[in-house]
Design a protein around this ligand. Structure first.
Ligand SMILES: [Fe+2]
Ligand SMILES: [Fe+2]
Length: 202
């Protein structure tokens, strides 16, 4: 089939299923499965919004003001991610699942309150690491079969890595004696080029 015929065929198909919005017959993944996967990520983001906001209100102690600010900034960014997921789900002909019980059941990460500032940061770091792992898997899943979702996912993944890095730095700042622990938690086999004794940047 030459290129022109191909274009005409594509145009014909686009007209045939015009009500399906941006989803064409050429969509190479199982649409229902993609929507399910995106809804899981949406639930994860909402869980993170709630946890970060709780941490924002509950942060106390001498470092609390700057840490609380960071919590709120992350809460806002997780909300923006949630909106991106919801929009993409809608584009693919699905329904963003925002029922609280669905969010609680499907989120990859958990709602952990924590009992101290360091504890809160640690919980957030763990949640970020879970998101990094599952979102990396999703990037591979979309591959070149759904480029739009993959590019969106890559952007969000980069942000989660930034969040995890910031939480690791904060954990060190509020609890320097957990340096070894937090470094192991974050850097074991995934060193980002920082030497063992190099100071963590603020
Ligand atoms: Fe996020
Ligand atoms: Fe995050």
């Amino acid at each position: 089939m030459d290129f022109v015929t191909n274009i005409e065929e594509i145009r014909k198909r686009a007209r045939r299923h015009i009500e399906e919005g941006p989803v064409t017959e050429g969509y190479a993944l199982d649409r229902k499965q993609v929507i399910r996967v995106l809804n899981d990520a949406l639930a994860t983001e909402y869980m993170c919004v709630l946890r970060y906001r709780f941490h924002y209100f509950m942060a106390t102690g001498i470092h609390s003001a700057s840490v609380a600010e960071e919590f709120m900034e992350h809460a806002r960014e997780e909300q923006a991610h949630a909106d991106q997921f919801a929009e993409r789900i809608k584009q693919l002909g699905g329904k963003p699942e925002l029922h609280p019980s669905v969010i609680a059941e499907r989120s990859h990460s958990e709602y952990r309150e924590g009992t101290s500032l360091a504890d809160m940061i640690r919980e957030d770091l763990i949640a970020e690491r879970i998101a990094i792992e599952t979102y990396s898997e999703m990037v591979r899943y979309f591959g070149d079969k759904d480029t739009t979702s993959r590019v969106m996912m890559e952007g969000i993944l980069a942000k989660e890595e930034e969040h995890a890095d910031e939480m690791a730095d904060l954990l060190f700042a509020v609890q320097p004696d957990t340096n070894q622990g937090s470094r192991r938690l974050y850097f074991s086999d995934e060193t980002l080029g920082r030497a063992e004794n190099e100071p963590v940047r603020s």
